[in-house]
Ligand binder design. Structure first.
Ligand SMILES: Cc1ncc(C[n+]2csc(CCOP(=O)(O)OP(=O)(O)O)c2C)c(N)n1
Ligand code: SF4
Ligand SMILES: [Mg+2]
Length: 317
């Protein structure tokens, strides 16, 4: 594996700090085959929407000729979070709700690769809700795909933060009484710089959204409706034309940089619109950290380690 040179950001270029996009391969190696990307046989129930997301992730890796050492796949805990088990690449099936802090460490220390995080609605918005807000506001570069099935699947049907009012589950036997969160509004309000919505039943669209998210320099969030056929069958039929529903794209004249317009789209009743709701450019924490490190290094340029240490002691006198 060749050494990757990490370039420092140009601090003179306006106020926007950038770090180079992950170094992705070009012609000298072949794209990975599905066999080379597959680590294990997915253990999801037959018909689960998560299969579609995994298949499209493989397609994306193939299309963009990403190699094992240039991607990492992180998740928390849940059916959806079993994702990294099935991908033959660096990754981790981490602690419930803690995928984002783990992914943040990787993203900040390895700007030469792209970090993908996959998980469920419980993992993202219940136990991991706090981390979601903070990773978004820090604009740490990664792609976070939440496979939203409106239920806790792995633990066999509890109400999740996205379950609609009235949903009957093991924790709300007479129907959910708490108002659900709106993932799109939450992501925009938290400071995510790329916010998109898609559904497992439209593979081309999932692929488009994941690819656009990956190309975004910042925290990119994709809500992907992914049906739990075991515990919430038919939840998304109204968004699936093959089941009598409608799949509406975000209107062509929607201004993705207009925060208010993005909230308005997020407020549409289900099935709403699908596509990129919000996308803006802001300095990432990745770039800011590189700049900070650079200026700290400049202050001690030419000094030996013991001289740097001596300076520290002198300051403490
Ligand atoms: C600290 C902790 N609390 C609770 C659990 C139990 N638990 C595992 S997965 C899960 C929720 C999964 O729901 P979601 O994130 O929506 O994923 P899905 O299974 O629906 O894909 C819960 C409560 C756990 N593993 N760890
Ligand atoms: S329980 Fe639901 S979310 Fe989990 S694998 Fe089965 S269908 Fe998918
Ligand atoms: Mg879920």
């Amino acid at each position: 594996m060749s050494e990757t040179k990490i370039e420092l950001p140009d601090r003179t270029a306006g106020n926007i700090l950038t770090v180079p996009s992950p170094v992705l391969p070009t012609q000298d190696r072949k794209a990975l085959t599905k066999k080379e990307m597959t680590a294990d046989h997915p253990t999801w129930c037959p018909g689960c929407g998560d299969f579609s997301v995994l298949a499209l992730y493989f397609k994306l890796i193939e299309k963009r000729k990403m190699w094992h050492e240039k991607i990492t796949t992180i998740a928390g805990i849940g059916c959806s979070s079993r994702f990294p088990y099935f991908v033959q690449a660096h990754g981790a099936h981490y602690i419930h709700g803690r995928a984002l802090p783990f992914a943040s460490g990787i993203s900040l220390s390895r700007p030469d690769l792209h970090v993908f995080v996959f998980g469920g609605d419980g993992d993202a918005f219940s136990i991991g809700g706090n981390h979601f807000n903070h990773t978004a506001r820090k604009n740490i570069r990664m792609t976070y795909v939440v496979m939203d099935n409106w239920v806790y699947g792995l633990t066999k049907k509890q109400t999740s933060p996205t379950s609609p009012l009235g949903f009957k589950s093991k924790t709300d036997t007479s129907g959910a009484v708490d108002y659900p969160i709106n993932p799109m509004k939450q992501a925009i309000a938290a400071g995510a710089t790329f916010v998109a919505r898609t559904t497992h039943s439209n593979p081309n669209h999932v692929m488009q959204m994941m690819e656009a998210a990956m190309d975004h320099d910042g925290f990119s969030f994709v809500e992907c409706l992914s049906e739990c056929v075991e515990f919430y069958e038919g939840a998304f039929d109204a968004s699936n034309p093959r089941k009598g529903g409608v799949f509406n794209l975000v209107p062509a004249d929607h201004d993705v940089t207009n925060e208010m317009a993005a909230y308005k789209l997020s407020d549409e009743p289900f099935p709403g619109s699908f596509g990129i709701f919000y996308k803006v450019t802001k300095p990432t924490k990745n770039a800011k950290e590189i700049a900070l490190n650079k200026s700290a290094m400049e202050k001690v340029s030419g000094l030996k380690d013991w001289q740097i240490l001596q300076k520290t002691f002198d300051r403490m006198k």
